[in-house]
Design a protein. Structure first.
Ligand code: PBG
Length: 322
């Protein structure tokens, strides 16, 4: 006798398929990462990331306006400094590109959620995410610099700050600095489980942030570890993180799921530059269907348990979802 169960019955029509869909991506899930530098009228395509651009504050405002038209409501800003130094001092300069971009964005689009990445690697001459002494990245002396950077972003008007450096204790340091300055309402999205990944390759060209010696394995996580990701998340939540992130997304879908199941907090996942550029490269060659691949990718991250998706595909995805 044929089995009574026929799963295909619920796949017969689009209406049925839509009704029984478990994971659905919506434009409200998306955060669109952007790169800001000083200047005017700049819109320079990033070689390693097709259709992504270096923008000056004025073109940033234009780009966000267009993204809002597409349905995007949140952005994440990275800064390209004018000058780098040992400590990355432009990171906490109130007149730096990110801070200027935040102020102009907030003036033009007060309702757009503005998240800023807090890290020193774009700003340091050695390209590491913290203070370096004798070839080592020092944890505790870095915390004060990260806190100063977060404060400067908060003063500019950022809604949410996102530390991506992976120093121990940085969420607590940033939280107390924000609170002490009256920014107790500014939330922290912590890059809690951030792996030492090959998939950041294109970003390092985009941000000019490749380490000048060594690599990031003494602070970012080993790709083999998932239990450790849970400890990282627990620590960041203890220190006051409002939202936690897993990064990259696709090679770490299991980690997203475990974080979600263990803590029951909103989980963000970063569909990083390498994931973006691989898809775009294959699509440009006609090897995969770009639109379907984008939606399937984002749906998989949602299905794994993420509710916030940071992705360079945000504008296109928002258009496709409308
Ligand atoms: C800064 C930072 C990186 C990314 C986000 N913040 C690069 C790195 O850690 O080397 C990667 C983003 C991407 O690849 O899209 N620490």
């Amino acid at each position: 006798m044929f089995p009574v169960t026929r799963p295909r019955r619920l796949r017969r029509t689009a209406v049925l398929r839509d009704m029984v869909r478990e994971a659905r991506v919506t434009p409200t899930d998306l955060i669109y990462p952007l790169f800001v530098r000083h200047g005017k009228g700049i819109r320079a395509e990033i070689g390693s990331m097709p259709e992504q651009f270096h923008l000056s504050p004025d073109t940033l405002v234009e780009e966000v306006g267009a993204a809002v038209e597409d349905g995007v409501r949140a952005v994440l800003l990275f800064g390209i400094p004018e000058a780098k130094d040992e400590r990355g001092s432009e990171a906490w300069d109130d007149a730096a590109a990110v801070q200027t971009g935040v102020r102009e964005l907030k003036r033009a689009y007060p309702d757009v959620l503005v998240v800023t990445d807090i890290c020193l690697c774009e700003y340091t001459s050695h390209g590491h995410c913290g203070v370096v002494r004798d070839g080592n990245v020092l944890n505790d002396p870095t915390l004060e610099l990260l806190a100063k950077t977060a404060l400067s972003h908060a003063r500019a008007g950022a809604d949410l700050v996102a530390p991506s450096d992976m120093m121990d204790g940085r969420v607590g340091a940033i939280r107390s600095a924000l609170d002490a300055a009256g920014f107790e309402d500014i939330a922290i999205l912590s890059y809690a489980a951030k792996y030492a990944s090959a998939f950041y390759g294109p970003f390092r060209e985009a941000a000019g942030s490749a380490p000048q010696f060594g690599d990031r394995r003494s602070y970012q996580m080993d790709p083999g570890n998932a239990e450790e990701a849970l400890r990282e998340v627990a620590a960041d939540l203890d220190e006051g993180a409002d939202l936690v992130m897993v990064k990259p997304a696709l090679a770490y879908l299991d980690v997203i799921r475990r974080v979600k199941d263990t803590f029951g907090v909103p989980v963000a996942a970063y569909n990083v530059s390498g994931e973006y550029s691989m898809l775009m490269a294959a699509a440009q060659r006609g090897w995969i269907d770009r639109e379907r691949a984008i939606l399937e990718t984002l749906t998989s991250i949602k299905r794994a348990g993420a509710s916030i998706l940071l992705t360079y595909h945000a504008r296109e995805a928002a258009r496709l979802l409308r």
